[in-house]
Design a protein around this ligand. Structure first.
Ligand SMILES: O=P(O)(O)OC[C@H]1O[C@H](O[C@H]2O[C@H](CO)[C@@H](O)[C@H](O)[C@H]2O)[C@H](O)[C@@H](O)[C@@H]1O
Length: 271
Protein backbone atom coordinates (compact mmCIF):
# COMPACT_ATOMS: atom_id res chain seq x y z
CA UNK A 1 0.00 0.00 0.00
CA UNK A 2 1.53 3.34 -1.03
CA UNK A 3 1.49 6.75 0.64
CA UNK A 4 -1.84 8.65 0.85
CA UNK A 5 -0.40 11.76 -0.86
CA UNK A 6 2.08 11.47 -3.71
CA UNK A 7 5.47 13.20 -3.60
CA UNK A 8 5.44 13.85 0.11
CA UNK A 9 8.27 13.24 2.56
CA UNK A 10 8.63 9.48 3.23
CA UNK A 11 6.99 8.28 6.46
CA UNK A 12 10.32 7.24 8.01
CA UNK A 13 11.66 10.81 7.51
CA UNK A 14 8.48 12.35 8.94
CA UNK A 15 8.76 10.08 12.00
CA UNK A 16 12.44 11.03 12.51
CA UNK A 17 11.53 14.72 12.20
CA UNK A 18 8.67 14.42 14.71
CA UNK A 19 11.02 12.61 17.09
CA UNK A 20 13.38 15.58 17.13
CA UNK A 21 10.91 18.19 18.46
CA UNK A 22 11.15 19.24 22.08
CA UNK A 23 7.68 18.04 23.06
CA UNK A 24 6.01 15.23 21.11
CA UNK A 25 2.58 13.70 21.63
CA UNK A 26 2.25 10.10 20.40
CA UNK A 27 -1.39 9.01 20.34
CA UNK A 28 -2.62 5.66 19.10
CA UNK A 29 -5.95 3.95 18.66
CA UNK A 30 -6.32 0.47 20.18
CA UNK A 31 -8.43 -2.02 18.14
CA UNK A 32 -7.04 -2.65 14.67
CA UNK A 33 -3.90 -0.64 15.47
CA UNK A 34 -2.23 -2.05 18.59
CA UNK A 35 -4.46 -5.15 18.75
CA UNK A 36 -5.50 -7.24 15.71
CA UNK A 37 -9.28 -7.52 15.21
CA UNK A 38 -10.82 -10.75 16.54
CA UNK A 39 -14.39 -12.03 16.98
CA UNK A 40 -14.57 -11.67 20.78
CA UNK A 41 -13.90 -8.04 21.83
CA UNK A 42 -12.47 -9.12 25.20
CA UNK A 43 -9.88 -11.32 23.46
CA UNK A 44 -8.38 -8.41 21.49
CA UNK A 45 -4.84 -8.31 22.86
CA UNK A 46 -2.00 -6.02 21.79
CA UNK A 47 0.75 -7.42 19.57
CA UNK A 48 3.64 -8.57 21.78
CA UNK A 49 5.97 -5.72 22.69
CA UNK A 50 3.79 -2.82 21.54
CA UNK A 51 2.69 -1.68 25.00
CA UNK A 52 6.26 -1.95 26.26
CA UNK A 53 7.43 0.22 23.35
CA UNK A 54 4.80 2.80 24.33
CA UNK A 55 6.03 2.59 27.94
CA UNK A 56 9.62 3.11 26.78
CA UNK A 57 8.53 6.15 24.73
CA UNK A 58 6.64 7.63 27.68
CA UNK A 59 9.76 7.27 29.85
CA UNK A 60 11.73 9.64 27.57
CA UNK A 61 11.86 13.35 28.46
CA UNK A 62 9.54 15.44 26.26
CA UNK A 63 7.60 12.44 24.92
CA UNK A 64 3.93 12.07 25.90
CA UNK A 65 1.95 8.95 25.04
CA UNK A 66 -1.79 8.30 24.89
CA UNK A 67 -3.94 5.32 23.90
CA UNK A 68 -7.24 6.58 22.45
CA UNK A 69 -10.18 4.25 21.98
CA UNK A 70 -13.89 3.71 21.56
CA UNK A 71 -13.58 1.22 24.44
CA UNK A 72 -14.66 2.47 27.81
CA UNK A 73 -11.83 3.49 30.13
CA UNK A 74 -12.04 0.49 32.43
CA UNK A 75 -11.96 -2.02 29.55
CA UNK A 76 -9.11 -0.14 27.87
CA UNK A 77 -7.09 -0.32 31.10
CA UNK A 78 -7.75 -4.06 31.41
CA UNK A 79 -6.87 -4.83 27.78
CA UNK A 80 -3.71 -2.69 27.65
CA UNK A 81 -2.53 -3.61 31.15
CA UNK A 82 -1.49 0.03 31.61
CA UNK A 83 -1.62 0.82 35.33
CA UNK A 84 -3.05 3.93 36.95
CA UNK A 85 0.37 4.95 38.27
CA UNK A 86 1.98 4.88 34.80
CA UNK A 87 2.61 8.11 32.85
CA UNK A 88 0.70 6.91 29.75
CA UNK A 89 -2.66 8.63 29.26
CA UNK A 90 -5.75 6.56 28.46
CA UNK A 91 -8.64 8.16 26.57
CA UNK A 92 -11.78 6.00 26.38
CA UNK A 93 -15.33 6.17 24.98
CA UNK A 94 -14.11 8.19 21.97
CA UNK A 95 -12.89 10.99 24.28
CA UNK A 96 -15.69 11.05 26.87
CA UNK A 97 -13.50 9.40 29.53
CA UNK A 98 -9.82 9.86 30.34
CA UNK A 99 -7.19 9.18 32.96
CA UNK A 100 -5.98 12.75 32.34
CA UNK A 101 -7.69 15.49 34.38
CA UNK A 102 -6.81 18.02 31.65
CA UNK A 103 -8.64 15.97 29.02
CA UNK A 104 -11.62 15.42 31.33
CA UNK A 105 -11.84 19.15 31.95
CA UNK A 106 -11.60 19.99 28.25
CA UNK A 107 -14.31 17.44 27.43
CA UNK A 108 -16.64 18.46 30.26
CA UNK A 109 -19.24 19.98 27.94
CA UNK A 110 -19.43 16.63 26.12
CA UNK A 111 -19.92 14.61 29.33
CA UNK A 112 -22.79 12.13 29.57
CA UNK A 113 -25.72 13.73 31.46
CA UNK A 114 -28.34 12.05 33.67
CA UNK A 115 -30.81 12.43 30.77
CA UNK A 116 -28.33 10.62 28.49
CA UNK A 117 -28.15 7.79 31.08
CA UNK A 118 -31.94 7.42 30.92
CA UNK A 119 -31.82 7.33 27.11
CA UNK A 120 -29.03 4.75 27.23
CA UNK A 121 -30.94 2.49 29.64
CA UNK A 122 -33.96 2.39 27.28
CA UNK A 123 -31.73 1.81 24.29
CA UNK A 124 -29.86 -1.04 26.02
CA UNK A 125 -33.05 -2.92 26.76
CA UNK A 126 -34.47 -2.42 23.23
CA UNK A 127 -31.24 -3.61 21.62
CA UNK A 128 -31.04 -6.64 23.93
CA UNK A 129 -34.63 -7.54 23.02
CA UNK A 130 -33.97 -7.07 19.29
CA UNK A 131 -30.88 -9.27 19.29
CA UNK A 132 -32.26 -12.06 21.47
CA UNK A 133 -35.57 -12.23 19.59
CA UNK A 134 -34.47 -11.62 15.99
CA UNK A 135 -30.66 -11.83 15.64
CA UNK A 136 -29.36 -14.38 18.16
CA UNK A 137 -26.16 -14.89 16.12
CA UNK A 138 -25.15 -11.25 16.75
CA UNK A 139 -23.55 -10.12 20.01
CA UNK A 140 -24.16 -7.08 22.19
CA UNK A 141 -21.39 -5.19 23.98
CA UNK A 142 -22.32 -2.77 26.76
CA UNK A 143 -20.04 0.20 27.38
CA UNK A 144 -20.35 3.08 29.80
CA UNK A 145 -21.77 5.47 27.16
CA UNK A 146 -22.86 3.13 24.38
CA UNK A 147 -24.27 -0.19 23.31
CA UNK A 148 -22.66 -2.01 20.39
CA UNK A 149 -24.07 -4.67 18.06
CA UNK A 150 -21.29 -6.99 16.84
CA UNK A 151 -21.63 -9.08 13.65
CA UNK A 152 -18.02 -10.19 13.01
CA UNK A 153 -17.85 -13.84 11.91
CA UNK A 154 -21.55 -14.28 11.16
CA UNK A 155 -22.96 -14.68 7.59
CA UNK A 156 -23.02 -11.37 5.65
CA UNK A 157 -26.79 -11.29 5.09
CA UNK A 158 -27.59 -11.99 8.75
CA UNK A 159 -25.06 -9.35 9.85
CA UNK A 160 -26.47 -6.70 7.50
CA UNK A 161 -30.02 -7.43 8.72
CA UNK A 162 -28.97 -7.09 12.38
CA UNK A 163 -27.22 -3.76 11.67
CA UNK A 164 -30.21 -2.43 9.70
CA UNK A 165 -32.63 -3.36 12.50
CA UNK A 166 -30.35 -1.82 15.15
CA UNK A 167 -30.32 1.42 13.12
CA UNK A 168 -34.14 1.39 13.17
CA UNK A 169 -34.18 0.90 16.95
CA UNK A 170 -31.86 3.92 17.33
CA UNK A 171 -34.42 6.10 15.53
CA UNK A 172 -36.82 5.54 18.45
CA UNK A 173 -34.27 7.10 20.84
CA UNK A 174 -33.67 10.78 19.98
CA UNK A 175 -30.16 12.02 20.75
CA UNK A 176 -28.46 8.70 20.12
CA UNK A 177 -25.38 8.93 17.87
CA UNK A 178 -24.97 6.07 15.37
CA UNK A 179 -21.40 5.05 14.48
CA UNK A 180 -20.76 2.35 11.87
CA UNK A 181 -17.44 0.71 12.64
CA UNK A 182 -15.77 -2.50 11.45
CA UNK A 183 -18.45 -5.24 11.74
CA UNK A 184 -20.12 -3.21 14.48
CA UNK A 185 -22.86 -0.65 14.90
CA UNK A 186 -22.27 1.53 17.92
CA UNK A 187 -25.19 3.45 19.43
CA UNK A 188 -23.83 6.11 21.74
CA UNK A 189 -25.08 8.87 24.03
CA UNK A 190 -21.62 10.44 24.20
CA UNK A 191 -21.06 13.82 22.56
CA UNK A 192 -17.28 13.46 22.57
CA UNK A 193 -14.91 12.78 19.70
CA UNK A 194 -11.33 11.55 19.57
CA UNK A 195 -10.09 14.66 17.73
CA UNK A 196 -11.22 17.08 20.45
CA UNK A 197 -9.78 14.90 23.22
CA UNK A 198 -6.39 14.43 21.56
CA UNK A 199 -5.98 18.08 20.61
CA UNK A 200 -6.85 19.03 24.21
CA UNK A 201 -4.11 16.70 25.45
CA UNK A 202 -1.66 18.09 22.89
CA UNK A 203 -2.38 21.63 24.11
CA UNK A 204 -1.99 20.57 27.74
CA UNK A 205 1.46 19.02 27.21
CA UNK A 206 2.57 21.80 24.82
CA UNK A 207 3.16 19.38 21.95
CA UNK A 208 5.14 20.87 19.07
CA UNK A 209 4.28 17.80 16.98
CA UNK A 210 1.60 15.13 17.25
CA UNK A 211 1.78 11.65 15.79
CA UNK A 212 -1.55 9.80 15.56
CA UNK A 213 -2.25 6.22 14.44
CA UNK A 214 -5.78 4.99 13.70
CA UNK A 215 -7.71 2.54 11.55
CA UNK A 216 -11.41 3.36 11.85
CA UNK A 217 -13.90 6.10 10.95
CA UNK A 218 -13.81 7.61 14.46
CA UNK A 219 -10.06 8.23 14.02
CA UNK A 220 -10.83 10.55 11.11
CA UNK A 221 -11.86 13.21 13.68
CA UNK A 222 -8.29 13.11 14.97
CA UNK A 223 -6.71 13.06 11.50
CA UNK A 224 -8.68 16.12 10.39
CA UNK A 225 -7.70 18.08 13.53
CA UNK A 226 -3.98 17.42 13.07
CA UNK A 227 -3.05 19.47 10.03
CA UNK A 228 0.09 21.27 11.22
CA UNK A 229 3.15 20.62 9.02
CA UNK A 230 4.88 19.00 12.03
CA UNK A 231 2.03 16.50 12.62
CA UNK A 232 2.24 12.91 11.39
CA UNK A 233 -1.10 11.15 10.85
CA UNK A 234 -1.12 7.47 9.90
CA UNK A 235 -4.08 5.41 8.69
CA UNK A 236 -3.73 1.68 9.35
CA UNK A 237 -5.19 -0.49 6.55
CA UNK A 238 -7.50 0.32 3.66
CA UNK A 239 -10.30 2.87 3.27
CA UNK A 240 -10.49 6.56 2.48
CA UNK A 241 -8.83 8.82 5.00
CA UNK A 242 -7.73 12.34 5.89
CA UNK A 243 -4.44 10.94 7.24
CA UNK A 244 -1.20 11.91 5.47
CA UNK A 245 0.30 8.43 5.61
CA UNK A 246 -0.81 4.83 5.51
CA UNK A 247 0.62 1.54 6.78
CA UNK A 248 -0.71 -1.95 6.07
CA UNK A 249 -1.48 -3.48 9.45
CA UNK A 250 -0.80 -3.84 13.18
CA UNK A 251 2.61 -5.42 12.52
CA UNK A 252 3.64 -2.33 10.56
CA UNK A 253 2.44 -0.22 13.52
CA UNK A 254 4.67 -2.20 15.88
CA UNK A 255 7.64 -1.58 13.56
CA UNK A 256 6.84 2.13 13.24
CA UNK A 257 6.64 2.51 17.04
CA UNK A 258 10.03 0.78 17.38
CA UNK A 259 11.55 3.17 14.81
CA UNK A 260 9.95 6.11 16.62
CA UNK A 261 11.38 4.94 19.93
CA UNK A 262 14.88 4.63 18.48
CA UNK A 263 14.68 8.12 16.96
CA UNK A 264 13.22 9.65 20.16
CA UNK A 265 15.81 7.92 22.37
CA UNK A 266 18.58 9.42 20.21
CA UNK A 267 16.96 12.88 20.21
CA UNK A 268 15.79 12.89 23.87
CA UNK A 269 18.43 11.00 25.88
CA UNK A 270 17.43 10.48 29.51
CA UNK A 271 19.50 12.83 31.72
O1 LIG B 1 -11.40 3.05 18.92
P1 LIG B 1 -10.95 1.61 18.89
O2 LIG B 1 -9.93 1.28 19.93
O3 LIG B 1 -10.50 1.19 17.52
O4 LIG B 1 -12.26 0.76 19.25
C1 LIG B 1 -13.31 0.68 18.27
C2 LIG B 1 -14.21 -0.51 18.61
O5 LIG B 1 -13.35 -1.63 18.81
C3 LIG B 1 -13.94 -2.85 19.20
O6 LIG B 1 -14.53 -3.44 18.05
C4 LIG B 1 -13.57 -3.81 17.07
O7 LIG B 1 -12.68 -4.79 17.64
C5 LIG B 1 -13.31 -6.03 18.03
C6 LIG B 1 -12.23 -6.89 18.65
O8 LIG B 1 -11.18 -7.11 17.77
C7 LIG B 1 -13.96 -6.67 16.81
O9 LIG B 1 -14.64 -7.88 17.18
C8 LIG B 1 -14.97 -5.69 16.14
O10 LIG B 1 -15.46 -6.27 14.94
C9 LIG B 1 -14.26 -4.37 15.84
O11 LIG B 1 -15.18 -3.40 15.33
C10 LIG B 1 -14.89 -2.68 20.36
O12 LIG B 1 -15.56 -3.88 20.61
C11 LIG B 1 -15.84 -1.49 20.19
O13 LIG B 1 -16.55 -1.27 21.38
C12 LIG B 1 -14.99 -0.27 19.89
O14 LIG B 1 -15.80 0.90 19.77
Amino acid sequence: MGPVVKDQEPLSDAVARAASVQSLLVATDYDGVLAPLVADPMQATPLPGTIDTLRALAALPGVHVAVVSGRDLETLRTLTGIGEEEPLVLIGSHGAESSSAAVREAMEAAAVTPDDEVTLAGLRSDIEALVSEHHPEANVEHKSAAVVVHVRGIPREAGDAAIADARRVALDHPGVKVLKGKSVLELSVSHADKGSAVTALGRHVGAAARLYLGDDVTDEDAFTRMRRPEDVTVKVGTGSTAARYRVDDEQAVAELLTQLHQSCAAAHPAS
